[in-house]
Design a protein around this ligand. Structure first.
Ligand code: 5GP
Ligand code: ZN
Length: 116
């Protein structure tokens, strides 16, 4: 398990700062986004620190799969049978702002296709 002492999401994993956690396993956690962009907006992250999806896929591919398992469970528990969106912002053009890989799970409203 790797951690970055300056990373805000590592601090959430370590319970050093609070978060509204909706799912936990040995390898991943899911918690509600601080600034939700949809009625359901959950971030699903590995406990280990990787800066982006590519680094996770290379370093811990089994955990990458666990993110998708967690998303399926959260979508079911949130009642998102009408659909939902899974997003990994990766790098500057995608407006990634937190460099601990996170899957956005967005649902509960109809989505536009890329707004900008
Ligand atoms: P990104 O733009 O990097 O894909 O998304 C980062 C997300 O993390 C944003 O949606 C932002 O609202 C969320 N976020 C940033 N800091 C915190 C925090 O301390 N707690 C929670 N729950 N969400 C955060
Ligand atoms: Zn981290």
């Amino acid at each position: 398990m790797t951690a970055d002492p300056d990373c805000i999401f590592c601090k959430i994993v370590a319970r050093q700062i609070p978060a509204d956690i909706v799912l936990e396993s040995d390898t991943v956690i899911g918690f509600r986004d601080l600034t939700p962009q949809a009625p359901t907006h959950v971030l699903v992250i590995p406990r280990s620190h990787y800066p982006n999806a590519a680094a996770l896929a290379e370093g811990e591919p089994a955990t990458a799969a666990h993110l998708f398992d967690a998303a399926r469970e959260i979508a079911a528990s949130e009642g998102l049978e009408n659909g939902y969106r899974l997003v990994f912002n990766t790098g500057a053009d995608a407006h990634q702002t937190v460099f601990h890989v996170h899957m956005h799970l967005l649902g509960g409203r109809a989505m536009g296709w890329p707004p900008g």
